[in-house]
Write a protein that binds this ligand. Sequence first.
Ligand code: ADP
Ligand code: ZN
Length: 722
Amino acid sequence: MYAKVIVDIAHSQVDKVFEYSCPPETRVGCRVKVPFGGRIIEGFVIGVSSSPNFAAEKIKPVTCVYDEPPALVEECFSLMERIARRYRVPKAASLRLFLPSEMRLGKVNETYIRRVKLTGLQPALTKTAKKQKEVFSFLTENGDADFTLLIKKFGNAAVKALVDKGAAEIYKVRRNRAPEYPESGDSEKVLTEAQSEAVKYIENSDKRVNLIHGVTGSGKTEIYLKIIADKLKEGKSAIFLVPEISLTPQMLSQLRARFGGSAAIMHSGLSAGERFDEWWRLRTGEAKIAIGARSAIFAPLENLGAIIIDEEHDSSYRSETSPRYSTVEIASMRAEYNDCKLVLGSATPSVESFIKAKDGEYGLVTLTERINGRPLPEIIIADMRRELRRGNPSNLSRALRGELDKTLQDGKQAIIFLNRRGYSQTVICTDCGYVAKCENCDVSLTYHSEENCLKCHYCGAKYRMLAACPECGGAHLRYSGTGTQRVVAELSQLYPSARIIRMDNDTVSGKDGHYKILKQFSEKNADILVGTQMIAKGHDFPAVTLVGILDADMSLHFSDYRSGERTFQLITQVAGRSGRAGDKGKVVLQTYSPDNYILRFAVSYDYAGFFQNEIKMRKAALFPPYSLICRIMVVADRDEKAIEALKNVFFAIDEIRKTDPQEFIFFNKMHSPIKKIQNKVRYQVLARMKSEKYLAQIYDIAVKNSSDAALVYVEENPANLS
Ligand code: ADP
Ligand code: ZN
């Protein structure tokens, strides 16, 4: 037998198929170890044949064959080609996506427990072998037993003696390190008419991709679960993606309550062993639903019946490491391969998706009402310029304080949203204008009051707090810009008896970090939750009747074409946390630009108005979806190396541009907005083009110019332009 093997080295020079001789049990999809260039490395079998393609004497044998069943499902090989071509990565790099890293690096293995059973052989037992007789009758009664339990009960010697006599044998069973799930009393609900209609529409739709546009609290989750349940009944499997699963313990418990062991959870909060076992449960078909964030799109499931992407607009669905894939694109490939539906859901669909739904490429389901006709919370705008004029310099407007007073008096809960952690954004010397900056990154440092230090939010470096300005020696340091810690400090002063908790990257360390904070809040062991965008995503806290949005403007003033869209999405999402159960909710939106049209649309929940306006602007100015923005990043240790690569990339693309100048709306090379991160200098070529015509060529240019000295990579319509 001969195996076609892709070796696990993601390098373009070895990006081909190698042949090895292999034992007869080798199957397509198996992982193997093979001799390669004087070393033994891992590889993937992508084909087997009975005769070799090369001279047989030149073919080396595989060193070992892993996995029963093969780790990779058939589908991987079809997707491997497409992903490798689409994102210009070696085949090995695209295959790696399908395996949990724990497995590839060999750091984790399956664990077993030992059990003991009778063989059917009658043992010769003397009168004195009392213990052995006891073991024998125990096993006769129970069929088999856990080894550890057995020796605890009857002693090692007796068990061993029975085994030696051939009457009993020890065998291994695989142990499952299943993650623990929070309890949930959640049960299947009777679908509302709107929900049933949505399910029917999607199941009968002739469109591959279907978008559910449903206001916050319209019961989208229940629709997803019904679709999954239906597919499970047909014997199929399903993938359910959420932006960040570790943030939504309720989602976990809901799925667990509904689907029991059929659901496997893939997320970064699990231990390596748990991830490994959950993955194998999916691979063997013991579990049929994969739930997780972006990477769960690569779940090793066969016979997919549905793929669901909740909060489809979320930027976490775009990978930020190579290959920089779009999850929706990969999901479309899988849906095509399995001939199943892809369901996207959001209260604020991305402009790109919504136009496709409007143009009929996607099916569209619209849910305009919350469950049980609950009203959407009223959004009140607090004009912070006026607050300042009236002598209120604090971060909390009078309107918000008034609402907070009421909420706390009524024994309800409030969420305060602010997308910046730490105490203050920058430390500035008011004498000379010096700003404290990170030594490794081109960014200002944030003051953290709890540790009394300065932190870099890009590389994590910590610096001692300054006593005086290092430039001029002056002692007038000002903390400017507000972070979550400062808001908590202000709130604690105003409401000394309120229980205030904070959720941001500083407070959610550890495996259960998110879960603990959210649990504390949902069990009403806290009155106010202050947090960053982490608290905006998907949570369902029934007792929350007030949401305060402190810096709605912040994302508005980023100079990128999506800032309006992002602001609209954020306000709608955060506001959606209020008044989800019986009580009417309120939202106070603080802003320095109360007349901004994006805020106006958000306040009246006018997605249609927002969309119409946005798409008109993008069409006029030729921004995506009416163009494609490519950022070709060049990241290097040294300026010379970066600039050399940058020039090569720029001139290579410029050659294309010269042949077709009409296609390029914008084209230039420059420093990236953040010039240095973690001591690496950053440059970029920006190209805005009317179509994807030259995308593949641009990828090729990037690959060709990328090296160890200067990393070059392409980002398409990047969500983050820093
Ligand atoms: P969305 O995902 O659209 O924001 P959810 O799925 O979280 O909305 O639903 C909002 C609330 O309504 C949840 O508390 C959920 O339990 C409840 N809910 C959903 N569907 C039903 C139903 N058919 N009957 C009763 N309650 C429902
Ligand atoms: Zn830094």
